[in-house]
Ligand binder design. Structure first.
Ligand code: PRT
Ligand code: ZN
Length: 286
């Protein structure tokens, strides 16, 4: 019998829902959000543990869990010996230094000798020493953004997403020290059978992510426009071109990348395409 792979997920927080949705899109079913601390998948050899995100790297390092999903900020800050096996593309944010809005800032040298409150002393310390800055780092575990207004520190270093928390606390972002997204981390020495399960999981995750990053496109064009359009739509190998019932016309089927979709679609229209349909792809396997 296969020993299940143990996967640690955040119990409740910014990573939880997207982590669950990722496994769901990979066809892996398990009970989630029931308040339980552990759940066994009904259709994949996996067991899920629901924990606080800060504890996940430690559990993975110790081998209590084989895999975990955390923000890169947490993975690096905890300093645990784990392997980052995949970037997951959600919970994107940045770790930034911010100061009161009215304070003049000419560059990082202005932070020399300043007091900075943060929950990320390791990441901040590495960044500052890399820039030759010695500052007084105050480690606090929450509500970092109020530190300057209560006189605890002259600056802060905290996670920023939209920037609205900084704005509403009268702060301005002056240095971005780290960019983060959710990552899958793994125990450093997985036994062979667990590595096989991880490979199966990564195969599914790649298919789901590729599908998310691409769209299926169908269009009609006069035959003389097909070579030009095909160049713009290379697809997975080459586009599928089939004749239309109307003489001299063809239909082109391909995939188009989500990132530069609007730019490319203009070029495709200019090359002679019409009747363009764009559809979501559920899974994409190269
Ligand atoms: O309870 P547990 O310890 O498990 O959760 P937590 O409260 O420590 O973490 P949680 O759920 O808040 O965040 C989990 C992870 O999500 C973080 O480690 C980041 O990798 C990522 N993430 C993405 C964020 C944000 N966006 C974010 N906006 N983590 C925190 N914030 C906070 C930030 O600390 C600040 O207070 O949101 C505020 C800033 O947001 P904006 O939009 O106002 O800029
Ligand atoms: Zn946490």
């Amino acid at each position: 019998m296969t020993v299940p792979i143990r996967i640690a997920l955040q119990k409740s927080g910014r990573l939880s829902e997207d982590s669950y949705q990722l496994f769901k899109a990979c066809g892996i079913r398990f009970d989630y959000g029931t308040g339980k601390l552990k759940s066994v998948s009904s259709n994949f050899p996996a067991e899920f543990l629901f924990l606080r995100d800060d504890d996940i790297p430690g559990y993975v390092e110790d081998g209590v869990a084989d895999l975990g999903i955390v923000g890169e900020n947490v993975a690096v800050e905890t300093g645990r010996q784990v392997t980052t096996v995949h970037k997951l593309g959600f919970s994107k944010c940045r770790l930034s230094i911010a100061i009161p809005r009215g304070t003049v800032y000419n560059g990082i040298a202005d932070l020399q000798g300043k007091s900075i409150a943060t929950s990320y002393p390791r990441l901040l310390g590495t960044y500052l020493s890399g820039h030759g800055i010695v500052a007084d780092i105050h480690e606090i575990s929450g509500s970092v953004e109020i530190a300057p207004s209560i006189g605890l520190a002259e600056a802060i270093c905290d996670i920023v997403s939209s920037g609205s928390t900084l704005l509403s606390n009268g702060l301005k972002e002056v240095e971005t020290i780290f960019r983060s997204e959710a990552v899958m981390i793994a125990h450093a020495n997985l036994p062979a059978e667990k590595q096989t399960l991880l490979d199966q999981l990564l195969f599914r995750i790649n298919a789901v992510q590729a599908a998310k990053n691409n769209k299926y496109i169908v269009l009609n064009a006069p035959n003389n426009a097909i070579p030009g359009i095909s160049k713009l739509l290379p697809g997975m190998k080459a586009p599928t071109v089939t004749p239309l019932a109307t003489e001299g016309w063809s239909s082109v089927h391909s995939v188009i990348n989500e990132n530069d979709f609007w730019e490319n679609i203009e070029a495709i229209r200019a090359a002679g395409a019409e009747g363009i349909l764009v559809m979501q792809i559920e899974k994409m396997i190269n």
